[in-house]
Structure formats: structure tokens, C-alpha cells
Design a protein around this ligand. Structure first.
Ligand SMILES: Cc1cc2nc3c(=O)[nH]c(=O)nc-3n(C[C@H](O)[C@H](O)[C@H](O)COP(=O)(O)OP(=O)(O)OC[C@H]3O[C@@H](n4cnc5c(N)ncnc54)[C@H](O)[C@@H]3O)c2cc1C
Length: 367
């Protein structure tokens, strides 16, 4: 008999939900994380009384009532609604594309006028029947004004290359909304945990042993010997020592600043859609929780090429990487004593509600 039933590598949402549920079923878990904190990428740190989203802005949204009730059973959520604004050369536009945006772009007032204007804009590109790249695709779907002011610069910064070199399938459709509704998400439930996401994860892992600052690979044999099974939520290519090659990611670089003003930009998220501004967004964290602190904390977000020194944020699920991933996946299926789960082990972009759902499904299958 080993000391623990499960060694859980990674104290992010997947690992924490798994640990919580396994503990409920009487299993003994040990969670380790190489970082000096729990909560993985949803980690929030309190600075100047503000809960700062240290790895990028996180807004919880779901239409799954079970998941919404689940997270609300640990912490209370506020009524935050994500309504980002785009700043293009000093002019502001509401997002997602809705009647407010169309009014700001063209002065149109009714949905009918807006639809007619979009049709007029699109008709200029009707000759493009098979868009060869993202630029052509966006022009066909939305016309010149929307593309140049709200899509081009932002997307080029995100991908680090011209829109003419980005595949067209990235944009399948443009979500136009013909109501004056600035709510970014369509989900039924949305909000931010009052007190930050770290509080949610603290509640999840209550009573579970956690060791921080421990890299699984530096102590693998010793750690494996402690538990019957391993739940691995780190990078799948790293688990197999990159034997089929390294999986690519898009990374981010954050520039943080405490500013001596109670309100810097009046909104949690402002996107900069002009190519000449080097960052893609400015996040003002206090607005996620309607903060009234004397100072504010803002983060400029810069997309970044991935290297071993950067965090892996967004998987690049193109054919090349998918092929590599599938080799790792096939190999991982042979490991009966290891459960691979979460965004890094599955090389998949998961929203928070999806990763929680996946972790609950995994435990249900396991126990
Ligand atoms: C910029 C950004 C913004 C996002 N915004 C939203 C949003 O608004 N809404 C939303 O729903 N979702 C959002 N997400 C997605 C959300 O972050 C993920 O769904 C969630 O963090 C995934 O949890 P996880 O447990 O799979 O991974 P992680 O949180 O990454 O946890 C994995 C953990 O494993 C640890 N680990 C890895 N390797 C080792 C090792 N060798 N040894 C020890 N520990 C290890 C890591 O340190 C990490 O703590 C966003 C993601 C990004 C990148």
C-alpha cells in the first residue's frame, strides 16, 4: 500500500477539482505544483486590495447549470458582465459587434439600416468566392470598415504575422448582433468569484495536502513511489521528454503597473485594435469586482512567441502540432497508472467551465 491514492501534478482547476472529488470519496491525494502558488492560470493575487488576475483576465461563463451551481457552492460570484471596448486610433467601439458598434462606425440607428450597411460593405468583396487567408475571409464576412478598424491590427498582433499569412479558417463567421447588447458572452451564467479565483481553488483543495515549488520531473521516481496513481496536468510533450517533438504554443507577456488613480480606463478590458500600439489589451483588474480602492492595477498584454522560458498559453492546434499531439496521446493511452487531464496534458484550449466539467467526468469514470 502506498501512502497516497493519487499524486496530482498541478494545482490548477483540473487538479483541484479532481482532488476535491477524490477526497469526498475517501481517497488520499497529494497535490504538487512547480509554481509557488495554487490555482494554476486562474491564480489571483491581492495587490493594493485588488484581486489581480496574474495570468490574464479570466471571466467565468457557462450555460451548464450544474457547473454554475458547483462553483457557486464554494464561493459567491458577482454579476460582472464582460463588455470589452475597442480603441482604434483614439476612437472607441463597443464589442462584440452589435448595434452600438454599428452606430459608432456608421451612425446607423435601426437594425435594418445596420444590415443594409454591412451588405453594402460586403458586396465589394463578393468576387472572392474562396478566401485564401484571414484578410480575405474577414472582408467577405464583414467588409472593409469592420476589418480595418476592429479585426486586422488586433489579429496580426495576436498571431505575430500579417493577416494575409493567417489561415482563413480562424474566422468562420463574424458574430453580428443586431441589438444594443454589449455582453460579450452568450452564456446564461457569468461572473467573477468575489474575492478572486484563488479563493475558489483554496476551497476546492481544503483538507488536501499540497506541496508547492516542486517540479515533478526533478523528483519523478520518488514522487511516483508515493502514490498508486498519478493525475498529470502538465505538458504532455514534457511528460514524454519531447520524444516526438515539441508542441507549439502562443505565449503572452504582461506589463503591470500600479497607478495612483482610482479609475484609469473605466472598464475592465480595453482592446487596442491598431497595429501601431504594441499591446493587444489593457486590463484594469479592479473593475472585475467593482473595486473602489484608491489606487488601480493595470496590465498591458503583449502576445509573444513561445520559447522554453515563456509560459505556454494558447495551443496551436494546426495540422503539424495535432499530428505530434496524437502520437503523445496514443502513447499516453498505454499508461494505466497515469490520468492525463487539463489544458496542457490534452493540448487543448479549455475555458474554465469546460475544464471543471472534464475533471468531474474524469473522476466519475475513475471512482
Ligand atoms: C490568457 C488566458 C485567458 C483566459 N481567460 C479565460 C476566461 O476569461 N474564461 C475562461 O473560462 N477561461 C479562460 N482561460 C482558460 C483557463 O485559464 C483554463 O481553462 C484553466 O486555467 C485550465 O486549468 P488547468 O488545470 O487545465 O491548467 P493550469 O491552470 O495551467 O494548471 C496546470 C498546473 O500544472 C502545473 N505544472 C505543470 N507542469 C508541472 C510539473 N512538471 N511539475 C509540477 N507542476 C506542474 C502548473 O504550474 C500549473 O499550475 C484563459 C486562458 C488564458 C491563457
Amino acid at each position: 500500500m502506498k501512502e497516497y491514492d493519487y499524486l496530482i501534478v498541478g494545482a490548477g482547476l483540473f487538479g483541484s477539482v479532481f482532488a476535491h472529488e477524490a477526497k469526498k470519496k475517501g481517497k488520499k491525494c497529494l497535490i504538487i505544483d512547480k509554481r509557488n502558488h495554487i490555482a494554476g492560470n486562474v491564480y489571483t493575487e491581492t495587490i493594493e486590495g485588488i484581486n489581480v488576475h496574474k495570468y490574464g483576465a479570466h471571466i467565468f461563463h457557462t450555460s451548464n447549470k450544474e457547473i454554475w451551481d458547483y462553483v457557486n457552492s464554494f464561493v459567491e460570484f458577482n454579476r460582472f458582465t464582460n463588455s470589452p471596448i475597442a480603441n482604434y486610433k483614439g476612437k472607441l467601439y463597443n464589442l462584440p459587434f452589435n448595434m452600438n458598434t454599428f452606430h459608432q462606425l456608421w451612425g446607423v440607428i435601426t437594425p435594418e439600416e445596420a444590415m443594409a450597411k454591412i451588405e453594402e460593405q460586403r458586396s465589394e468583396y463578393a468576387h472572392i468566392t474562396e478566401p485564401k487567408n484571414l484578410e480575405e475571409q474577414a472582408l467577405v464576412l464583414g467588409g472593409k470598415d469592420i476589418y480595418e478598424k476592429l479585426i486586422k491590427g488586433y489579429t496580426e498582433k495576436q498571431w505575430g504575422r500579417p493577416a494575409t499569412e493567417i489561415p482563413s479558417f480562424i474566422i468562420r463567421r463574424l458574430p453580428f448582433r443586431f441589438t444594443y447588447d454589449n455582453n460579450y458572452f452568450k452564456d446564461i451564467y457569468q461572473g467573477i468569484p468575489i474575492g478572486g479565483y484563488t479563493k475558489l481553488v483554496e476551497k476546492l483543495v481544503e483538507g488536501v495536502e499540497i506541496r508547492l515549488n516542486i517540479n515533478y520531473f526533478e523528483n519523478k521516481e520518488e514522487l511516483d513511489a508515493l502514490a498508486e496513481k498519478v493525475v498529470y496536468t502538465g505538458k504532455i510533450d514534457e511528460f514524454f521528454n519531447f520524444e516526438f517533438g515539441e508542441l507549439d504554443y502562443r505565449s503572452l507577456h504582461f506589463e503591470n503597473e500600479i497607478i495612483d488613480t482610482p479609475n484609469y480606463q473605466g472598464n475592465a478590458v480595453i482592446n487596442y485594435t491598431d497595429k501601431d500600439v504594441p499591446y493587444t489589451r489593457i486590463i484594469e483588474h479592479k473593475h472585475f469586482e467593482f473595486g473602489t480602492q484608491e489606487k488601480t492595477y493595470v496590465t498591458k498584454e503583449y502576445p509573444h512567441e513561445f520559447s522554453k522560458d515563456n509560459e505556454s498559453y494558447y495551443p496551436i492546434n494546426d495540422d503539424k502540432n495535432q499530428e505530434i499531439f496524437e502520437k503523445y496521446q496514443a502513447k499516453s493511452a498505454q499508461y494505466n497508472n497515469v490520468i492525463f487531464g487539463g489544458r496542457l496534458a490534452e493540448y487543448k484550449y479549455y475555458d474554465m467551465h469546460q475544464v471543471i466539467e472534464k475533471a468531474l467526468e474524469t473522476v466519475a469514470k475513475e471512482l
